[in-house]
Design a protein around this ligand. Structure first.
Ligand code: BDP
Length: 327
């Protein structure tokens, strides 16, 4: 009797442990907008390898690059809802969903990229991450996306007056539309994949992005003036669907997080190299790089953008101030 009870209990325990293993085994699918050879693409592939290694194969990831699974705003929704588990997202199009994350899209909020990372590693970063997690997106690690500057086809931009009347493509976020409007331009929110044609055919006069994306998309071929406004420094994340992440054991969560951090270390190194090589490549291709002597007028024109953001999110004023006070 005792023997058979023990046997039954053991059998039950085995069944439970098999069930638990089955419950945590996960085959994830991941979205990335960039093409072969881009730092984020290489680092996301590495993330997939590290995930399998560190979780002993319990969590696997199949990456879909080049935006093949849809536009970024759609992919963000997919990851939030669980149609996809992972994405390498820019925080720009996450901002409209998570107001805390939108703080990084206030023009000129970061002094430079190291300042951005110092903020992300502080309480400010924790507040941003919590805001995102509350909307179903858990950031596992932060990627570098450099600074974004304006580019267009016919003239250098030195002052807000040069933007006046220009139609400028922006990512989907009212803060960016407000930014262009305050400079006197006409904002045109548009999916990344459509920008090359829009620049080429004159549907828009200009756009804005970092060196690697300006180069990898070929935008430099159809918009040959790059003016160093560096008005936005927006971090990117490896973001996971909150339910998928929370279903993991603590041990698996740690493994997943470690894989993401190692991937981010790799991405940041590759990013630094690619910024330099992209810049060199477009300059060799004839791009005119314009240094803006005084960025002050661009910065002061942004006051209404900050005011609008703070009027809709009065509780986030301390976060803005915390970032501004971070050395
Ligand atoms: C790139 C970002 C990418 C954005 C793109 C854009 O890495 O996530 O989709 O800019 O401007 O720098 O849409």
């Amino acid at each position: 009797m005792t023997y058979s009870l023990t046997k039954t209990l053991l059998g039950a325990a085995t069944a439970v442990s098999v069930l638990c293993t089955a419950a945590v085994a996960a085959d994830w699918r991941g979205w990335n907008i960039h093409t072969e050879g881009y730092p984020n693409t290489i680092a996301m592939d590495r993330f997939a390898e590290l995930l399998a290694e560190k979780t002993g194969g319990e969590v696997t990831l199949q990456m879909f690059h080049g935006g093949t699974l849809g536009s970024q705003p759609d992919a963000i929704e997919q990851v939030r809802l669980g149609g996809l588990e992972i994405g390498n997202f820019n925080l720009g199009p996450i901002g409209p969903i998570a107001p805390e994350a939108n703080v990084v899209s206030l023009p000129f909020i970061f002094k430079d990229v190291p300042h951005m990372f110092r903020v992300l590693e502080s309480d400010g970063g924790a507040a941003i991450a919590e805001g995102m997690a509350a909307k179903g997106l858990v950031p596992l690690a932060w990627y570098d996306a450099g600074a974004r500057s304006f580019y267009n086809g016919d003239k250098p931009i030195n002052a807000p007056a040069d933007v006046a009347g220009m139609k400028v493509r922006v990512m989907n976020n009212d803060l960016y539309s407000g930014m262009i409007a305050e400079l006197g331009g006409n904002p045109s929110p548009m999916a990344f994949a459509e920008v090359y044609q829009a620049l080429k055919t004159g549907v828009v006069d200009g756009a804005e992005n970092n060196w690697p994306s300006y180069e990898s998309t070929g935008h430099f071929e159809v918009a040959g003036y790059y003016s160093l406004s560096q008005h936005l420094i927006i971090p990117e994340c490896i973001c996971v669907n909150a339910d998928a992440y929370n279903a993991l054991s603590d041990e698996m969560k740690t493994a997943v997080k470690e894989a993401a951090m190692e991937s981010a270390d790799m991405q940041r190194e590759l990013w630094a190299e690619r910024e330099a090589s992209s810049r060199k490549m477009v300059e060799d291709g004839g791009v005119i790089v314009n240094v803006i002597a005084d960025k002050g007028p661009f910065q002061s024109a942004m006051t209404p953008v900050y005011e609008t953001y703070l009027a809709s999110n009065p509780d986030l004023r301390p976060l803005v101030e915390l970032i501004q006070a971070t050395e």
